[in-house]
Design a protein around this ligand. Structure first.
Ligand code: ZN
Length: 140
C-alpha cells in the first residue's frame, strides 16, 4: 500500500500513511510521535519547509508573531479548527519573528496569513484572522 507522505513534525522523518489510517492516530515509525495530533503544532523553519515540500495531506500553516494582536485572537480559533480537521489536514504555526525568512520565501505581506500546501504546492492562501468554522470551511 502506497499511502500518503507525511513529514513527522517531531523528528522530520517522512512517513507513508494509508489514507484510511489518517484518522486512526498514526504514529511516526522513527520516533513514535503522533503524526495527526489534532492540535495546532508550533514548527521550526526546516520542518515547515520539508513538510510543505513533501506532505500529501493538506498542511495548513498559520504565519503569526507574538506582537500581532489579530494573530493572538485567532490562535484559539486555529487550535479549535485543528481538532475539527483531525485526520483530514494538519494545522501548524510558524512564528515569523523567530523565522523572518518565511516572509520572503512565501511572499507574506501581512499577518496572520494562512497558506495551505498539498504535494509541494501552495493551493490556497488567506490573509486576516478567521473564526474556527471559517477556517474549517476554507481548508475544506
Ligand atoms: Zn518522528
Amino acid at each position: 500500500m502506497a499511502g500518503k507522505k507525511l513529514t513527522c513534525l517531531d523528528c522530520g522523518q517522512v512517513n507513508r500513511v494509508p489514507e484510511d489510517r489518517l484518522d486512526a492516530g498514526p504514529k511516526c515509525g522513527t520516533c513514535g510521535a503522533a503524526l495527526m495530533p489534532g492540535n495546532a503544532i508550533e514548527v521550526d523553519w526546516p520542518k515547515l519547509q520539508k513538510a510543505a515540500r513533501t506532505d500529501e495531506v493538506p498542511l495548513v500553516v498559520d504565519f503569526w508573531a507574538p506582537w500581532c494582536g489579530p494573530c493572538k485572537m485567532m490562535g484559539p480559533e486555529f487550535s479549535k479548527a485543528a481538532g475539527t480537521l483531525q485526520g483530514r489536514a494538519r494545522l501548524v504555526k510558524l512564528n515569523t519573528e523567530d523565522f523572518p525568512q518565511s516572509g520572503q520565501t512565501y511572499g507574506i505581506r501581512g499577518i496572520p496569513t494562512m497558506i495551505r500546501f498539498v504535494g509541494g504546492r501552495e493551493t490556497a492562501r488567506q490573509s486576516g484572522a478567521m473564526r474556527a468554522d471559517q477556517i474549517v470551511g476554507w481548508v475544506g
